[in-house]
Ligand binder design. Sequence first.
Ligand code: NDP
Length: 250
Amino acid sequence: MRGLKEKRVLITGGARGIGAATASRFVDEGAHVVVLDVDEEACQRIEDEIPLLSGTIRADVSDHKAVIRAFRELDELLKGLDILINNAGISIRHSFMKITPEEWQRVMDVNLNGIFFVAQQAAQRMLADNGGVILNMGSTNGLMGYPFYADYNASKAGVIELTRSMALELAPTVRVNVICPGYILTPMQEAEYTPEMLRECESKIPLRRLGKPEEVAALFAFLASNEAQYITGQIFVIDGGEITGGLASR
Ligand code: NDP
């Protein structure tokens, strides 16, 4: 991908799943990559798995003060930031009537407040440096209704609208887009779905399979690269065709 070599990249939630695959892809592209994640063990593992990583930072994106501290660490490690993959997120499978105020708050804190805290710190540096790219992690759940994820769906819809607003205010200096994956097989999915549920999902997806973290990483790489210099404020769905049709396609 053109223009990723030597770029300074931060990936939140980068120690596992889609974030880890994205870290690996950007390192392969010759970028300087720092992973920020709350999972201590996973951070240690990814440092072993990707020796060319420029570093890992332990922080909870939902904690504003911790995010400010994390960016000070990042300044030491990379001396600036060109690309943010704003990926960290959580989900809980529960019915709308059973969501507790604490669960609702936690999902919003990580998936929406966390995206905002990290994006604002990143944008501050990119504006001062006169350029940058921010890619936020949404979901097809932010575009369609899905049962058992009301809090998650609302948080991801928020990320989509936050992205559009940021893109307008940060243009022309910083490009901002949002990626909306469908079902991608990661530890997050494996924790919530039985093999039977996964098979049922596959049968409803036109391409007849779940997506791979590496396929989402490739989309991040394209959107961060110079190939995408005229793209900002957009929503990119990567879902094997899942939300293309309505009931008639099922
Ligand atoms: P994983 O759970 O596999 O990986 C997410 C990583 O983020 C984990 O290492 C996790 O740590 C870390 N993390 C969680 N909370 C925080 C936090 N508060 N601060 C910092 N790091 C945190 O998830 P996925 O790779 O599946 O998902 C990544 C993103 O993609 C999420 O935003 C998700 O909503 C989105 N997405 C995923 C889809 C999928 O099908 N997998 C589909 C659509 C969107 P820990 O292990 O401790 O939780």
